[in-house]
Write a protein of this length. Structure first.
Length: 150
């Protein structure tokens, strides 16, 4: 996989998401929540960076974007472990934040006007994680696996 191909695929998926949001009549700002982005994506990245340093991650990127079959097999094997760990952390953070949001909603059931907005905020983290897995983690993991076997 080339860098250009990766970014083109990412752009296409993002454009389709934006198109889907617009066609449903919703505003893009409805899907923006910085706290959810931090809890769902940034914190798992920081945690996985304790084990796989940014230098390691740069090596993985270099090996993934080399022509098939020419990458360092040991680095590609580490990259697969990295992507599996990162995916697991993303899913765990998504579930944790969703449960915390649900507990917050259940604790405030008397105020019915806050249920909808709180539910929306609760569900945005799994949405962010799913999109991030779809456009970043899984394509790079698949490319690393293909290069390892190729």
């Amino acid at each position: 996989m080339t860098k250009l191909r990766f970014f083109i695929n990412m752009a296409i998926v993002i454009l389709f998401l934006i198109l889907g949001i617009i066609l449903t009549g919703n505003s893009l700002t409805l899907y923006v929540d910085s706290a959810s982005l931090i809890l769902g994506i940034i914190i798992p990245y920081i945690i996985v960076s304790f084990v796989f340093t940014p230098r390691d991650q740069m090596k993985f990127k270099k090996e993934i974007f080399t022509p098939e079959g020419t990458g360092d097999k040991a680095e590609l094997a580490k990259a697969l472990i990295y992507f599996k760990s990162f995916k697991n952390l993303l899913i765990a953070s998504s579930v944790t934040v969703t449960i915390l949001g649900f507990i917050g909603i259940m604790a405030n059931l008397e105020d019915r006007s806050s249920i909808g907005p709180n539910l929306a905020v609760m569900m945005i983290v799994p949405f962010y994680v799913a999109i991030f897995l779809l456009i970043v983690v899984e394509p790079l993991r698949a490319a690393a696996e293909k290069n390892l076997k190729g």
